[in-house]
Design a protein around this ligand. Structure first.
Ligand code: SAM
Ligand code: SF4
Length: 329
């Protein structure tokens, strides 16, 4: 079992996109009320006095859309300057990124993943549920801004949906040839929009790899690393291709992460809501951070037992009462 030292922190559950696979239009979500969100101060206390002491050293800011969090640059600065933060990264849809990419970098953020499901503005707009002005160009500018500022590695996340964007896999993979961009193909999961999932299904990563292999060849760059991605490379390419295959594989034995929702629930496994701990209420009712450390240690000890797919050998579909945007994907 891997050491669990990586925490994905949702800064806010709201989003300026309505991606079909995550929080589709027409689906009413119960957004977290402002007073229920962890404040910056509470979040910093939890990181510094609870998570770091129990062994977490890597933090990823996500959401919802993390750039919607007021004061996000200052929050990044505060987390990055904590003495024992080894790694701070962010996953964003990139729409609000261009004007603050430099500020985020100067505040201490070094790694960024930007979601880009299509190179075709029309398909992109259909996926993100935008019926108005095209948003693709602004995201593309965000990606370039992040690249120019020096974010390295710069990763692009692609959720592959059969019949929607899977025909773009080769074009997306080709982006890694000349630029040091890293594409992460993610298997579509039945979280957020189970109807779309039943209608469309998902494509196993190996099928995508075969398409890429047939076109350019594919070498294994780093398979079975610390994270969930299996990483490959087109021979001679500057960037890499990662495949996150949570539907076709079980990578529970190398899972190194937990998730903290924007309202302070610590979730030990993406697919399992049992055993979550409400850290915010505990903090607000005066429970000491030493006691909270004990609770988190207890959850760390339990994690191997409750990792969902490991336990059920992937035969069932998990507990999905929250969307990825609410969990902190
Ligand atoms: N809003 C940011 C973004 O889109 O990058 C961060 C939050 S989003 C929930 C994090 C990642 O989860 C994105 O890369 C998104 O594509 C992925 N995601 C959301 N719903 C998913 C689903 N049903 N299956 C697979 N990946 C999903
Ligand atoms: Fe928003 Fe990200 Fe979910 Fe898309 S995937 S709706 S951008 S939280």
């Amino acid at each position: 079992m891997n050491q669990v030292d990586y925490l994905r922190i949702s800064l806010v559950d709201r989003c300026n996109f309505r991606c079909q696979y995550c929080m589709p239009e027409g689906v009413e979500l119960d957004y977290i009320l402002k007073q229920q969100l962890l404040t910056d101060e509470e979040l910093l206390t939890l990181i510094e006095e609870v998570f770091v002491p129990v062994g977490f050293t890597q933090f990823r800011l996500t959401g919802g859309e993390p750039l919607l969090r007021p004061g996000v640059v200052e929050l990044v600065r505060a987390i990055a300057s904590l003495p024992r933060t080894k790694d701070l990264s962010m996953t964003t849809n990139g729409f609000l990124l261009a004007p603050i990419a430099q500020d985020l970098y100067e505040a201490g953020l070094r790694r960024i993943n930007i979601s880009l499901d299509s190179l075709d503005p029309d398909i992109f707009n259909a996926i993100i549920g935008n019926r108005g002005r095209s948003r693709w160009q602004q995201v593309w500018e965000g990606i370039h801004a992040a690249y120019c500022v020096g974010f390295n590695p710069l990763k692009l996340n692609v959720v592959v949906i059969p019949g929607v964007n899977d025909h773009e896999v080769l074009n997306l993979a080709a982006l890694t040839i000349d630029k040091q961009w890293h594409i992460r193909f993610i298997e579509f999961m039945p979280i957020g929009n189970s109807q779309l999932f039943s209608d469309r299904g998902w494509i196993p990563s190996e099928e995508l790899r075969q398409r890429i292999r047939d076109r350019w060849g594919l070498t294994e760059s780093q398979v079975r690393g610390n994270g969930p991605a299996d990483v490959f490379q087109i021979p001679g390419a500057k960037g890499t291709l990662g495949f996150i295959s949570q539907m076709s594989e079980c990578f529970c034995d190398r899972c190194n992460r937990m998730r903290l929702s924007a309202d302070g629930w610590l979730r030990p496994c993406l697919l399992n809501e049992t055993h979550q701990i409400d850290l915010k209420t505990a903090l607000r009712t005066g429970i000491s951070t030493a006691q909270l450390q004990e609770q988190v240690r207890g959850l760390l000890a339990l994690k191997p037992e409750i990792n969902f797919k490991q336990r059920d050998a992937g035969t069932t579909t998990g507990v999905y009462t929250r969307t990825m945007s609410q969990i902190g994907g």
